[in-house]
Design a protein around this ligand. Structure first.
Ligand SMILES: C[S@@+](CC[C@H](N)C(=O)[O-])C[C@H]1O[C@@H](n2cnc3c(N)ncnc32)[C@H](O)[C@@H]1O
Length: 356
């Protein structure tokens, strides 16, 4: 099998395809849109075949790689051919198989009874069984730098896409860029998953004993996640907090809008600022800016959910990021997380945070 292709695939959230296409057209004019399903888009590189270690910088891409096109169920053995070819090229290189299904619904909007993974069925298990050599694929787990990662993506019943990339930290280690997080029964909201996902993605060095201020904290999923990690949390929100958070000794609720929260009401030393207000980006970022100036001597970083209430706000992401830089963040990056809804996460670290 010849391992060469001019196509790439990109995984995004269902509904984010137009924003992704716009972003790619702007940053990568040599990539031309080829094919799209909700949550899955392919592009052709007009300059020729794509190296497996290419790096894509995109807010809306959760995972990406070189695409080898569609596969019908009967053609699934091609995945094994790909692995055998890689093995023949380099017998010592580790080969991973990641099989997953594209996003079928917006996070949190799955219909009742929806079973994730049903499109994929037992295909991954079958392929692993069929692999001639037991050691062809690594057991499921995180790839390391330089490993080959074969992708099998369930697109529609009986229809798949397949591809390949060389792993580096420019890729998510999780199949489809979705960490397998579980919502604890007592977590007050799905924002628990978003906060945990943001920590995994950013590597934010939150530590036990740190103080985090969350703007837009009700009912308390994110605060709950931070309390579980041993942080102290102050939540600012006119809305009510769930009892599980309120009764926690390390939580304090300021039940007011952020505009009515004087900076002086907050302690001198604050390590993290978390934002999750359901208002337009300019309003929420202004609120953060006002408080950050008070915290600048102690602040390590920010994790900011910026709502794209309208998709046209996606055009302003570079502006949002420069605004966050202007707040004193040295390292700033943004993405749409698997557990984000129509919103993105911006992560910023201060100089102090960089040295932790
Ligand atoms: C998506 S919810 C937050 C979810 C929360 N982070 C959690 O973990 O459960 C958005 C919140 O923003 C709050 N909010 C909206 N405007 C606000 C303002 N001006 N000041 C503080 N909170 C605000 C709302 O009351 C609402 O509870």
């Amino acid at each position: 099998m010849e391992l060469k292709s001019e196509f790439i695939f990109i995984v995004c959230q269902a509904g984010a395809e137009p924003a992704l296409k716009k972003e790619i057209a702007k940053s990568y004019p040599h990539l031309r849109f080829a094919f799209s399903r909700p949550g899955y888009v392919t592009f052709k590189n007009v300059d020729g075949s794509v190296p497996f270690d290419f790096i894509l910088h995109s807010v809306f891409a959760r995972a990406y790689g070189v695409s080898f096109g569609p596969l019908a169920e009967a053609e699934l053995p091609r995945v094994l051919d790909m692995a055998e070819t890689l093995r023949a090229q380099d017998p010592t290189r580790k080969i991973h198989l990641q099989a997953w299904e594209r996003d079928l619904h917006i996070p949190g909007e799955e219909p009742l009874g929806f079973v994730p993974g049903a499109l994929l069925g037992s295909v991954e298990a079958q392929l692993r069984k069929q692999a001639k050599s037991e050691a062809l694929f690594e057991p499921a787990g995180h790839p390391q730098d330089g490993d080959a990662v074969i992708q099998l993506i369930a697109l529609d019943p009986g229809k798949f896409g397949y591809g390949l990339f060389t792993y580096s930290t420019a890729h998510s280690p999780y199949p489809g860029g979705r960490p397998p997080l579980k919502l604890p029964n007592e977590a007050p909201s799905r924002a628990f998953l978003k906060l945990e996902n943001s920590i995994l993605w950013s590597g934010a060095p939150l530590r036990k004993g740190d103080l985090a201020v969350e703007i837009g904290s009700s009912p308390g999923g994110a605060s709950y996640a931070m309390l579980q990690r041993g942080l102290n949390v102050i939540g600012i929100d006119p809305g009510a907090m769930d009892r599980v958070v309120l009764k926690h000794p390390n939580f304090k609720h300021i039940q007011r809008s952020v505009a009515h929260t004087p900076r002086e009401d907050l302690p001198e030393s604050i390590q993290w600022l978390i934002l999750d207000m359901n208002v337009e980006p300019n309003v929420s970022l202004y609120a953060v800016d006002r408080l950050v100036s008070r915290m600048k001597d102690s602040l390590l970083g920010v994790l900011l959910t910026v709502k794209l209430n309208q998709w046209k706000f996606a055009d302003e992401i570079p502006y949002f990021m420069s605004y966050v830089k202007a707040m004193g963040m040295i390292k700033v990056k943004a993405t749409q997380l698997a557990y984000n809804r129509q919103e993105i996460m911006i992560y910023g670290l201060t100089r102090k945070g960089m040295t932790r």
